[in-house]
Design a protein around this ligand. Structure first.
Ligand SMILES: C[S@@+](CC[C@H](N)C(=O)[O-])C[C@H]1O[C@@H](n2cnc3c(N)ncnc32)[C@H](O)[C@@H]1O
Length: 224
């Protein structure tokens, strides 16, 4: 069974970041963690969906390669990048990160390609090994249905990461599990160990603003 994302492309687009910024979803914590990452020339965002540009705000990242299985979400992302205007929650994210509308437009222009690929099947993404200085995923690996799938997908997802490169992301713990795995410090530690990565931060933040999720695990690591 293919793991399910919480909402389809259009519902997701409307529900999370279109309107006012929702504090208590973990977003503000993730933005703060991403601000710690040094400039990256090439960034791969896996399970990007329509929202890579939100996570681009705290980053100073060059070419963005957005990878997702769902072409509709990637089309939303491309159209949004072409429009170059931050909507609802993005405007607050810009303020939280000390950026402005011009910074956002600049980030939109850095969307280099959208790529349709399955990132949870355990085989490599279409991105060349070692091509990215930064690999992120937000809400992708938490869709794994077993620890084994999490670990094999983590490995495949981080193949594009260059030596010395940075990895960051977040995964939400669903309140109703529906076949989803229970995320834990041990799981992230094992994933990092198997991929030659030093975990610099693995933290669980409680979710207060969405009954569908009870917490979010946020991580930051570096490939040695
Ligand atoms: C919870 S959403 C997160 C989207 C976005 N990263 C964000 O931060 O809002 C999960 C994303 O993973 C994508 N996805 C689900 N299964 C996938 C797979 N097997 N390979 C690649 N992407 C997948 C979905 O299409 C969706 O865009």
């Amino acid at each position: 069974m293919r793991p399910a994302t919480i909402a389809d492309a259009n519902q997701y687009w409307e529900r999370y970041y279109s309107g006012e910024f929702i504090f208590g979803l973990g977003t503000e914590h993730i933005l703060a963690v991403l601000q710690q990452i040094p400039p990256a020339r090439t960034w791969a965002d896996l399970g990007a969906g329509s929202e890579s540009l939100l996570w681009s705000i705290p980053l100073d990242a060059g070419h963005l390669f957005a990878v997702d299985l769902d072409p509709h979400r990637l089309a939303l992302l491309r159209d949004y990048a072409a429009a170059r205007r931050p909507r609802g929650a993005y405007q607050t994210a810009l303020k939280l990160c000390g950026r402005n509308a011009d910074d956002f437009a600049q980030r939109c222009d850095r969307l280099a390609a959208t790529i349709i690929a399955d990132c949870l099947a355990g085989y490599p993404t279409p991105l060349r090994a070692g091509c990215a200085d930064l690999v992120t995923q937000f809400g992708l690996l938490g869709l794994a249905t077993s620890h084994a799938q999490f670990l094999t997908s983590w490995k495949a997802c981080h193949e594009p990461l260059a030596a010395g490169g940075w990895a960051a992301g977040a995964n939400w713990n669903a309140t109703a599990k529906h076949g989803r795995i229970q995320l834990s410090q041990q799981l992230y530690t094992a994933a990092c160990a198997e991929t030659g990565m030093t975990p610099l931060l693995v933290t669980r933040v409680p979710i207060t603003a969405d009954p569908d999720f009870d917490s979010v695990w946020i991580y930051l690591g570096r490939k040695t």
